[in-house]
Design a protein around this ligand. Structure first.
Ligand code: FES
Length: 108
């Protein structure tokens, strides 16, 4: 890991608090991120849906697909890409994560 990359990392949640298949929200500065655990790997994308602002962590996570709770727009939790079949949502921001000392860190 390079020193430069470490500068933007922010401590977000305890890894043990988020079991596989679950999502949660963390506010890091002004950025709200949705963090999800997919089979022990942690991913982070923008919490706020690109459609009408739905809270993504309150939606569902199946495999790597996040479904918005408001109108069922879908994103890849790995890349933030919108599912072309739910074209009312657009690609969203995704953020690199690391697990260190039992915490999930997010590069926002
Ligand atoms: S607010 Fe997310 S699909 Fe409408």
């Amino acid at each position: 890991m390079g020193f430069r990359g470490a500068m933007a990392l922010q401590k977000a949640i305890k890894a043990a608090d988020l079991p596989p298949g679950k999502m949660t929200m963390a506010k890091l500065g002004t950025q709200e991120v949705m963090i999800g655990n997919v089979g022990g790997r942690f991913y982070a994308i923008d919490e706020i849906c690109t459609h009408e602002g739905g809270p993504l962590h309150e939606g569902t996570l199946e495999g790597t697909t996040v479904t918005c709770p408001w109108h069922e727009g879908q994103y890849s939790i790995e890349t933030g890409e919108a599912n072309p079949e739910t074209d009312w949502v657009r690609d969203t921001k995704s953020f690199p994560t690391q697990v260190r000392d039992g915490w999930v860190w997010v590069d926002v």
